[in-house]
Design a protein around this ligand. Structure first.
Ligand code: PRP
Length: 215
């Protein structure tokens, strides 16, 4: 909070566009956020809120540390990074899933060997197999994870699947859903107490609009 204005950290990229669509339909003036130039903190001119544009893991850091009161970030990053904050609302957009995928024709579960799995989200992958009681080597890959099984580095991947086109184009098939993903609204725990009225007002605006869109 600064000068009675809430600060909301918003993930740049696709989630930012969809967040601004939501804000528009809630009657918030998103003109400056939509056209930020090189500015990173932009006021919503008709509502006491400033938007802080940042990368997904940083949204969590800023909210956790209390320099932002609220944040909008994908469940994928929340699952991978974790942290201490309130997750108050599923915003419904940015829908996709984490899936376990293998090369077509591979029997992933039908072997006693220790399997190797590549992921940009190693914590998500490790937790998934730990919950199954499976001993799996998880290898962190920074991008284009689909390459790992194709090159023979791993038996499978855990990655984000939206349309499935990337998997299909690379001869991979999803065999299990690891977790459902969508954009979430998170709140700093101290801000929730200190600025309860303002934060509940904003959450209420979001909920009303999401309910209206469902009808
Ligand atoms: C994600 C994911 C896949 C792709 C899946 O990457 O890692 O590569 O999207 O989408 P699809 O099922 O619709 O084909 P993203 O586009 O987010 O880019 P990144 O690799 O830089 O994370």
């Amino acid at each position: 909070m600064s000068e009675n204005r809430l600060r909301i950290a918003i993930t740049k990229g696709r989630l930012l566009d969809k967040s601004m669509d939501l804000f528009d339909s809630m009657g918030l003036d998103t003109a400056l956020v939509r056209d930020p130039g090189r500015r990173l903190i932009l006021p919503i001119e008709n509502y006491p809120m400033d938007a802080v544009l940042s990368k997904a893991p940083d949204v969590i850091t800023y909210v956790e540390q209390g320099v932002c009161d609220l944040g909008i970030v994908g469940k994928d990053t929340l699952l991978e990074k974790g942290g201490s904050f309130y997750e108050v609302l599923d915003l419904g957009y940015g829908r996709c899933r984490f899936a376990l995928a293998v090369r077509e024709g591979t029997d992933f579960y039908g072997t006693y060997k220790t399997r190797r799995v590549a992921s940009k989200y190693p914590n998500v992958a490790k937790q998934f197999f730990a919950a199954k009681g499976m001993d799996v080597d998880v290898i962190k890959i920074e991008g284009s994870v689909e390459l790992a099984p194709i090159l023979g580095l791993t038996d499978a991947i855990v990655d984000i699947v939206e349309t499935g086109a990337t998997l299909r184009a690379n001869g991979l098939v999803p065999i299990e859903t690891v977790a459902e993903i969508s954009a979430r609204l998170i709140v700093n725990t101290a801000s929730m107490k200190l600025y309860k009225a303002q934060i509940l007002d904003f959450i209420g605006l979001c909920e009303d609009e999401l309910r209206r869109q469902e009808q």
